[in-house]
Design a protein around this ligand. Structure first.
Ligand SMILES: Nc1ncnc2c1ncn2[C@@H]1O[C@H](COP(=O)(O)OP(=O)(O)OP(=O)(O)O)[C@@H](O)[C@H]1O
Ligand SMILES: [Mg+2]
Length: 248
């Protein structure tokens, strides 16, 4: 692993036993991710996207291969060590928001921060800062049931980012949302990830969202079939560089 790679996956496989039939969910997958990269994981249903995210997220154990995060192989971590790793380095955003319905937006974000042993006032400040970052400064004291789908997902994003993670794992964040709201959510995730240099792996089916990726990895039957830089983004960066060069 070079110094640059934040995530380095080598020959990663995952088999499930269903009855007596083994199912290969992930088949010898290898790739690396640089710090701050926004990588989309795409591919048909059942191709292994969630399995991959769950393995990197330490929610599940691999059958084979290694998952190095900042030089440490988490593949053989005990459940206790994995819990610590998740707490310290990771944040998740899921399709179904997974907010606690009896807590307000503010309290949902604060709850995550309470696990970090900060002072009450500090927790409150960080929660407000992140809810403001996602444009919910006026809805902080609403319960999830009083918010739209897009607003709930923004609370989930605020909650994830308030942890200040090294790695953000996002699984189908727009599955419950209409196209326009979904686009806005993914644009927001990209914007904040770039501002805060948070390495992001985002699973989606939606081709329209590709423009928000630095790179797209496509899985089929548990294998990587393509791993490509997003030329749309690269072009924009190059254009900006050219523009900058012309300006000076
Ligand atoms: N706990 C499990 N037990 C048995 N098989 C599983 C389990 N979890 C996933 N699988 C199988 O592993 C394969 C990959 O599943 P995975 O959930 O990673 O797919 P996915 O690409 O996320 O699909 P989708 O787009 O539908 O969410 C599928 O064939 C699935 O049925
Ligand atoms: Mg899935």
């Amino acid at each position: 692993m070079t110094q640059q790679n934040l995530i380095s996956i080598s020959n990663l496989s995952k088999y499930y036993e269903l009855g007596n039939v083994p199912i290969c969910a992930l088949d010898n997958v290898s790739f690396t991710v640089d710090p701050g990269e926004v990588v989309f994981i795409m591919g048909p249903s059942g191709s292994g996207k969630t399995t991959l995210i769950n393995l990197i997220g330490g929610i599940d154990h691999p059958s084979d291969g290694s998952i190095e995060i900042l030089g440490e192989n988490i593949a053989h971590y005990s459940d206790k060590k994995l819990t610590l790793y998740r707490k310290k380095r990771l944040a998740f955003v899921f399709q179904f928001y997974s907010l606690i319905p009896t807590l307000t937006a503010r309290e949902n974000v604060e709850l995550t921060l309470e696990l970090t042993h900060r002072k009450r006032r500090e927790i409150s400040r960080i929660a407000e800062e992140h809810l403001t970052l996602v444009g919910l400064e006026k809805r902080m004291d609403n319960f999830p049931s009083q918010l739209s789908g897009g607003e709930r997902q923004r609370v989930a994003i605020a909650r994830a980012l308030a942890k200040n993670p090294d790695i953000l794992l996002v699984d189908e964040p727009t599955g419950q949302l209409d196209q326009k709201t979904g686009n806005k959510i993914v644009e927001l995730i990209r914007k904040i990830a770039k501002e805060k240099n948070i390495t992001t792996l985002l699973v989606t089916h939606d081709q329209e969202l590709i423009r928000f990726a630095d790179r797209i990895i496509t899985l089929r039957s548990g294998q990587i079939v393509t791993d490509e830089l997003n030329t749309l983004v690269t072009l924009t960066v190059n254009n900006r560089r050219e523009q900058y060069a012309a300006d000076i």
